[in-house]
Design a protein around this ligand. Structure first.
Ligand SMILES: Nc1ncnc2c1ncn2[C@@H]1O[C@H](COP(=O)(O)OP(=O)(O)OP(=O)(O)O)[C@@H](O)[C@H]1O
Ligand SMILES: [Mg+2]
Length: 258
């Protein structure tokens, strides 16, 4: 299996604060990677550096063998990396279909200064991508509902669907199940993960719920104080005594994946 993402000696400082340090991770194509760690451990900082929302202080990021370190997020999106944020980024007064069309238009925009206005929001290409994403994420019955009227779980599916509408090869999800009830989380993740499998998208997802991590991740990275303290199968990482000691909630759920 070939490597899709390679991160070497990555570091990010904000003044005196070291938010990320000594991160070395190599991700093969089609892997589902869970990212765990306490609040402030550096998970979002790690994702932000991969997507170009933050420029690393040190280190290298290779995507499909191409050096993307410090490139602007727009360029990185164009190369095939997409993401969702901790808080959903959708247009509340537009419908599900309209939101998807915009996401597809942004992803398919032509390069250059006038790229945005030269890519119509409702071209044959963008509407086809929008309809396909709506079907893939099973939200067809909400197609013409405005985003502000959607149930929270559907809003999440829309948000992630929009990230997928541009056909990325690598997707980064920052807490996709936050704000979702325990009963709904598994259903949401089932839809998301089967959609990503269908499209053969490699995914890194940040998650605080260890049962979700154990159920959906092939591999789990545990962050503590800006660095990766464990990297292995879900079983290996969640059973790691250091992880259980340093990350709350792990010990509690450690048997869940058995
Ligand atoms: N733009 C910034 N400027 C200054 N400090 C920042 C900035 N972004 C993050 N930090 C700090 O870097 C550290 C890591 O933050 P980060 O957001 O990556 O944590 P996290 O693991 O995503 O936490 P959470 O689970 O709460 O989302 C924290 O101490 C945070 O306060
Ligand atoms: Mg975060």
């Amino acid at each position: 299996m070939s490597t899709i993402l390679e991160v070497r000696d990555l570091e990010k400082t904000f003044g005196q604060l070291v938010a990320a340090r000594d991160i070395n991770v190599s991700v093969p194509q089609h892997q589902t990677v869970g990212v765990i760690g306490a609040n402030g451990a550096g998970k979002t900082t790690f994702i932000n550096m991969i997507t170009g929302h933050l420029s690393p202080t040190k280190g290298t990021i290779l995507f499909e063998d191409k050096d993307i370190t410090g490139k602007p997020s727009r360029e990185i999106t164009g190369l095939g990396i997409s993401r969702s944020f901790q808080v959903a980024q959708i247009f509340p007064t537009l419908t599900v279909f309209e939101n998807m069309c915009i996401a597809a238009a942004i992803a398919h925009r032509k390069p250059g200064m006038f790229g945005n206005i030269m890519t119509p929001v409702r071209s044959a290409e963008t509407t086809a991508a929008a309809e396909a994403a709506i079907e893939l994420f099973q939200i067809g019955r909400y197609r013409d509902v405005t985003a502000n009227a959607l149930p929270q779980g559907v809003r999440k599916l829309l948000d992630i669907g929009m990230a997928v509408a541009g056909s990325p090869r690598l997707l980064l999800l920052d807490e996709p199940t936050s704000g979702i009830s325990i009963e709904e989380k598994f259903d949401l993740m089932n839809v998301v993960m089967s959609a990503l499998k269908t499209r053969k998208i490699t995914v890194l997802f940040v998650e605080h719920d260890m049962e979700i991590v154990a159920r959906f991740a092939d591999r789990v990275l545990a962050f503590y104080d800006g660095t990766v303290i464990a990297d292995g199968t879900a079983h290996e990482t969640l059973d790691n005594p250091k992880v259980q000691e340093l990350i709350s909630g792990v010990r509690l759920k450690a048997g869940a994946h058995a």
